[in-house]
Design a protein around this ligand. Sequence first.
Ligand code: MG
Length: 376
Amino acid sequence: MTVAAIVVAAGRGTRMGGGEPKQWRPLAGRPVLAHAVDALRAAGVRRIVLVLHPDDMGRPEIPAGCLVVAGGDARDASVRAGLAALAADPPTRVLIHDGARPFPGAAMVARLLAALETHPGAAPALAVTDALWRGEGGLVAGVQDRTGLYRAQTPQAFRYGAIVAAHAAHPGGAADDVAVARAAGLDVAIVEGDEDNLKLTFPADFARAEGIIRGRAMDIRIGNGFDVHAFCDGDHVWLCGVAVPHSRGLLGHSDADVGMHALTDAIYGALGEGDIGVHFPPSDPQWKGAASHIFLRHAMGRVAARGYRLANCDVTLICERPKVGPHQAAMRAALAGIMGVAEDRISVKATTSERLGFTGREEGIAAMATCALVPA
Ligand code: MG
């Protein structure tokens, strides 16, 4: 399964009053759109297409790492532009999201993708629980039965080929992609939405969104990790995903990447989920010689599954040799690629122990790591 997301953000917004379109307005200091992109990444989506108004294509605050395409006159034309941008390397699943919803949560995205195993389409929604009235002239004129009524949200999720065909066959003017899918005869499963996945429509919605961010900011999880591997015969050592030439190797059950092990343990620690040995027992022969990125990817998968994302991490390698400095940039890049986060969230640094102790005597390498996780 390969997953891509299309974030539709080409609208001009008329209900917010004057000024910037709502997807570009700052929310906790960053455009609404950037929060949506971050949340999708935290949910494990690596490929994101932004569909923007042609006037917005040169904006400096466009989130980095996204494919950017110009939208059309109407929402469905913008979605088609986003779908077309993925056609050269089609994903199996696509999430179509409204750029004015900053908090598409990881747990909800997981529910959508699970529903696509059995349905061509799936969309998040919340059952209406308030009583519904009809009003006339400011007076209650009647009660509306709420049975079977839902508040629809995005991202709406589809098997890619199915929604491409549905859009191609649609005459246009659909309210959303579920309408396009249903017009093509596709079943769309209703998946439980998320109360925090609000759509910013009115100025008061921004205040509520700021409150959600403040509330989440309080829930920070910190973890630390420490690891040591002894030198053995060899001609290189693996450190933070980079093979560093050296006159020795590192002894270990796996590839002995001491930095990546400390970092992985820090992440498990932040989640309160044990350490590498719990998830990948050394007694299990299948992990013999394993590449350590398997462990780190697993830990990051647990971060997403628990509804968190990595705020930052900091790894310190402790050794006299090899010299780490020339490889620091490559190590950050390697970790960023494995973890699916920006390099500016990752620090790798090194120190010696002033020739004291086992690292000073060059018997081995030690590493320590700290990480912070915040709600996705
Ligand atoms: Mg280790």
